[in-house]
Write a protein that binds this ligand. Sequence first.
Ligand code: NAP
Ligand code: MG
Length: 478
Amino acid sequence: MDVHQNYIGGRWVAPSATLPVINPSDGSKVAEIARGGAKEIDAAVAAGHAAVKGAWGKTDAVSRGRLLFKMAELIRRDAENLAKMESEDVGKPITQARGDVAACARSFEYYGAAADKVHGETIPFQNGFTVMTFYEPHGVTAHIVPWNYPLQMLGRSVAPSLAMGNAVVLKPAEDASLTALGLARLAEEAGFPAGVFNVVTGLGEEAGAALSAHPGIGHISFTGSREVGILVQAAAARNTIPVTLELGGKSPQVVFSDADFNEAGTIIVKAIVQNAGQTCSAGSRVLIEDSVYERFTGQLAERFKATRVGSASQDLDLGPVVNATQKARVERYLDIARRDGLKVLAEGSFGTNLPEGGYYVKPTLIGDVPPDHVLAQEEIFGPVLVAVRFRDEEDAVRISNCTPYGLVAGVWTADLGRSMRLSRKIQVGQVFVNNYGAGGGIELPFGGMKGSGHGREKGFEALYGFGALKTVTIRHGV
Ligand code: NAP
Ligand code: MG
């Protein structure tokens, strides 16, 4: 059985303690990873600084871009291998894992192409002065990512930081560290100088907490739960450094009577079933105009009944959830629904030959959920869609905005004016009109409002976030 090592300062470091790697499809142990802590984090941050002071700090933007392109090329070369690794580690159906690999490669490609396009400005000022601005890297950046889309999160967080010229220390989730280590091997092969790309695996409370509190870090990019996000922001505050928080959501899909039901139904069910509902931007509330509520929930129910759950390699509509805790969490919400007499409109089914010991839950559609009910307020992070009625446009906006979150919204209507009004009034970081792409492409700035966090990933926004703007004012006389 493989015992994986940490990658620190361009060297593979044997662990002093390990953690098991569990396959969620059957609960079996498939490998071990290092249980890194403060000591390994210290070494990784020091290695990052050495790289920035040394070879990496002297690497120009064009060359950084080429290294990122090389990463994209190697990720694509090893795509099938990485997809298998990911699907075994987190239980994703293999087709969905292949999509994650492609998205990760695309992040490196996008930011590789952007590395030499970070322009400063000249600013009109008093006579006899010239003022210009530069983006400078923060130094060593920390990246703490969750287990739901490990490769995608890693790519969109690490690639812009490297493009800007930072060195990175990555702490993957305990339940999803294998592909992060796979990418470290590719970074080595691509030719990044030692210490630019460091990976320390371990527990959140140990390696994660040590990294977020480290005084040598210049920026933290965190994706995960609100609870941990608050701890990470508090740690960043003590070092007065910037932090990007990508937290959860309770994203509404708002369906008006004039929507294309067929199109909307297909995409809405896919967006909640994808990755077994473990998607921060899953459209987990469907808000339906009263006059068409029965008709549209009827169509959704048919689609839910057709969904099938299987192991990662069976590659059905959804795989298991990531671990026993996550399964218990989803079941607890379903128990609350039963206790409160909510109506289950439809369930998906388990496929044949489901392996014993896996963490499987059925996709579930629940009807007539009051907007303030806990199932319509809290993030379940499983394949559970709650249907909520609304009266009119104003009511749709009010209900959309009535949770602590504000990540993404879908608006389904043929009325252009209405789609614009809702796009402006719903408090979220991304709105999709007559389509829904969980998180969208790497080109589209993404992030939350309210309890969903702050700062933006993806697009040029993310790239600028990984730099500090410096203003230089020169007095030369007239
Ligand atoms: P989590 O428990 O917050 O974990 C996220 C990351 O933080 C993991 O790497 C975790 O390590 C680490 N961590 C845990 N405790 C820590 C601590 N005290 N200090 C520093 N780091 C710590 O979240 P999760 O259960 O993995 O993911 C589910 C949540 O993430 C959901 O709420 C979801 O909505 C959110 N999410 C948001 C986005 C987004 O882009 N907005 C994307 C994906 C997920 P360990 O796993 O090793 O403990
Ligand atoms: Mg695992």
